[in-house]
Every structure is written in structure tokens, then in C-alpha cells.
Design a binder for this molecule. Structure first.
Ligand code: NAG
Ligand code: NAG
Ligand code: NAG
Length: 338
């Protein structure tokens, strides 16, 4: 990116810090963000369907080349936890999985194209990983220090992560004892791109935190529910780990948005590039037919009592739907009309 853009981006970032990117439903501790009203007018319908949403292409690049996700495991992670997340990422392109499948979910993301008409890549794979067991930047990170963590791992002396601006996604995953700016109050994860001035390159990245200790009722909903919302009931998570099972949908949310809006100048709705409303923002909290508000929509029940909505390789996952710009509502593989 040219330097002018970088300066602009830094300005945008300062503003972004104060703007809540969340639009659709989560049981946020202070539910006074009424931004959904702004998007939907006063007639929000189920599954986000609305004539008021204008998902638009702003001419920037999207990820049409094979996508490679590079996880950075920050803090303390169990092997079993890493396995769940790796298998989810590997499931995105596992087209032979039992339906409804994660690969079926990705089909909605593949409907987005760039200026040449090229679709988002069908291939998403797991790339080289890094461990950051000793909390290289401490247990409390800001949006800017997240970039410094990524820098450490793409410039590491031993086995640095490959620099792949075309298809590389750098996914910082923080363990339960790490706080990241705005975590729990306003976000469960976010994505952006790194600044050459900090990292040396423009690389699309995302952060997702394990909320198991800090706010499972918010970021691992509906596998946990917040105490301040007594009417809600938690459901059983499919892989026996509330925090990690809750992260899966947030990881999916961020990967879908990184693919369609990696430099925040491609696919988003709303008039404001400073607070872009992206394809997963519009469908947060919607996991099945009829979903909207605190209702997840129709889900699947396993014989073991677990709740999920799609299959991957060997495992089941609960993943929010994404905005389908062809039909103008949220869609997912477990929709009842398919
Ligand atoms: C949000 O919207 C609801 C329903 O329209 C309204 O009752 C409430 O006062 C609004 N909250 C704020 C902070 O504006
Ligand atoms: C590519 O995008 C177009 C436009 O949304 C869509 O009609 C087509 O089905 C997509 N192709 C694939 C392989 O998803
Ligand atoms: C992209 O991935 C597909 C497998 O899905 C593979 O056949 C193809 O060679 C890859 N392309 C590149 C450029 O790596």
C-alpha cells in the first residue's frame, strides 16, 4: 500500500477504537448499541432479511487465491483445544463432509467476487503455525500491540511465518487469561490489516479470544449465558469445550470477512467505511432458520445432547450464517428450505 493510505489507515484506526463493530445480536453487557436499528430501520425481519441492507462492493481486492490460515497460539493452549480449531479450519474446504457441512457454509462466502468477476477461493487450508507460550507482549493487548505480536512471528529468527499478502491470513488466538482491548464489552474478535510502519507488510489478520474465563455468556453464547439475562438457557457445546466451541463461530465470522473485505475496501454495507458492516456482522447470532434477536434459529441436536448446525471433518460445529448478497438475506447450509 502507498504511504498515503497508511497514514489514512492510522487515522481510521484511532476512530475505530471508539466504534463498536457489532451490529447483530449477542448478549452484550450493555445493550445500548442500537446500531441494528440504524441498519434495519424499524422493520428488522428474521434472518436479517431486509430491503434496507445494501451490501456493496467498493472495488478493493478480495481473497481469490488459495487461502492459508496461520494460527498464532498466544498463551496457554491445550492440544485438544488446538485440535478443535485446526479441524474447523480444515473443514472449510472439506467438500465431502456430511451435510449440512462447513464447506456448504463457505459456499455463501464464495458468492462474492472482485472487479474481474473472480470468486473468493474455494480452498482454505491450515498453514504454518506459531506458539507464543510465554505471552511475548503481556497478558493485556491493545489493537496496536496485536500487530506487534504478528510482527514478532512473521519476522521470527526461527521459522518465521511466511509472508503471503495474497492469500495468507494471520490468526492471533489468545488464551483465557489474556485480555484484548474491547474484549467482552464490545468485541469477541476483530479483523484488520497490518500496517507497514509497524509490521513491515500489509497483511490481513484477525484476533479471536478464548472467553471461557472472562465472558463466556457473551462470546461463547449460546454455550453459556450471562447472569444478567435470566431468561436465556445455555445449550451443550459439540466438542466439550465451551470457550473453544464458542470461538469457532467468531473465527468463522472473521475468516469470512477477511476473505471478502481483507483491506476494508471491498464488500461492506452502510455508508461509513470507518464502521463497515460486513458480511458476518449482519448475521451475528443467526445460526438457523428463523434466527434473530436472542433466538439462534433452528439448530441440530446430537444424540449426546449437543447443539450444532454443521458438520466438519469428524466434528460438529455451531457457526453463524453469513450475508448472501445474491438473495439479500443471511444463509447457511442448515436452512430448512434447502
Ligand atoms: C434501543 O432501542 C430500543 C427499542 O427501540 C429502545 O427501547 C431503547 O431505548 C434504545 N436504547 C438506546 C440506548 O437508545
Ligand atoms: C461466483 O459468484 C457469482 C456471483 O455471486 C455466483 O453467481 C457464482 O455462483 C459464484 N461461483 C461460485 C463457484 O461460487
Ligand atoms: C490451490 O488449491 C488447489 C486445491 O484445492 C490446488 O489444486 C491448486 O494447485 C492450488 N493452487 C495454488 C496456486 O497453490
Amino acid at each position: 500500500m502507498p504511504p498515503v493510505t497508511v497514514v489514512l489507515s492510522l487515522t481510521l484506526l484511532t476512530i475505530l477504537l471508539t466504534v463498536s463493530p457489532s451490529i447483530a445480536w449477542r448478549p452484550w453487557p450493555n445493550m445500548k448499541h442500537n446500531s441494528s436499528e440504524y441498519i434495519y430501520g424499524n422493520s428488522k425481519k428474521y434472518e436479517g432479511s431486509s430491503e434496507f441492507v445494501h451490501m456493496k462492493y467498493h472495488m478493493g481486492p478480495v481473497l481469490t487465491a488459495n487461502i492459508t490460515v496461520h494460527p498464532i497460539w498466544y498463551g496457554t493452549w491445550l492440544k485438544s483445544q488446538k485440535r478443535i480449531i485446526r479441524e474447523f479450519i480444515n473443514s472449510i474446504s472439506a467438500v465431502e463432509s456430511k451435510r449440512p457441512s462447513v464447506a456448504g457454509w463457505w459456499k455463501t462466502v464464495q458468492l462474492y467476487t472482485d472487479q474481474t468477476g473472480a470468486n473468493i477461493s474455494r480452498t482454505v487450508r491450515l498453514g504454518q503455525e506459531k506458539n507464543d507460550r510465554f505471552y511475548s507482549h503481556g497478558k493485556s493487548l491493545t489493537r496496536l500491540s496485536v500487530q506487534s505480536v504478528i510482527k514478532s512471528h512473521v519476522t521470527a529468527r526461527s521459522k518465521p511465518l511466511p509472508i503471503n499478502p495474497k492469500g495468507g491470513l494471520y490468526l492471533l488466538l489468545t488464551s483465557t487469561d489474556v485480555y484484548v482491548q474491547d474484549f467482552c464489552g464490545q468485541v469477541c474478535g476483530f479483523h484488520y490489516f497490518t500496517f507497514p510502519s509497524i509490521v513491515g507488510y500489509t497483511l490481513p489478520y484477525a484476533w479471536v479470544g478464548n472467553s471461557a474465563k472472562l465472558c463466556p455468556g457473551v462470546c461463547a453464547y449460546p454455550f453459556a449465558v450471562p447472569q444478567y439475562m435470566p431468561g436465556l438457557k445455555a445449550v451443550k457445546s459439540p466438542n466439550g469445550d465451551v470457550g473453544v466451541d464458542g470461538m469457532i463461530s467468531v473465527i468463522a465470522h472473521e475468516i469470512a470477512e477477511l476473505a471478502t473485505n481483507p483491506l476494508v475496501n471491498a464488500w461492506y454495507a452502510g455508508p461509513d467505511p470507518v464502521a463497515p458492516v460486513e458480511i458476518a456482522d449482519l448475521c451475528e447470532g443467526i445460526y438457523g432458520t428463523g434466527g434473530g434477536g436472542s433466538y439462534t434459529g433452528q439448530l441440530l441436536d446430537g444424540e449426546d445432547g449437543a447443539t450444532y448446525n454443521m458438520n466438519g471433518i469428524r466434528r460438529r460445529f455451531l457457526v453463524q450464517w453469513v450475508w448472501n448478497h445474491v438473495v439479500n438475506y443471511c444463509t447457511g447450509p442448515n436452512a430448512l428450505d434447502q
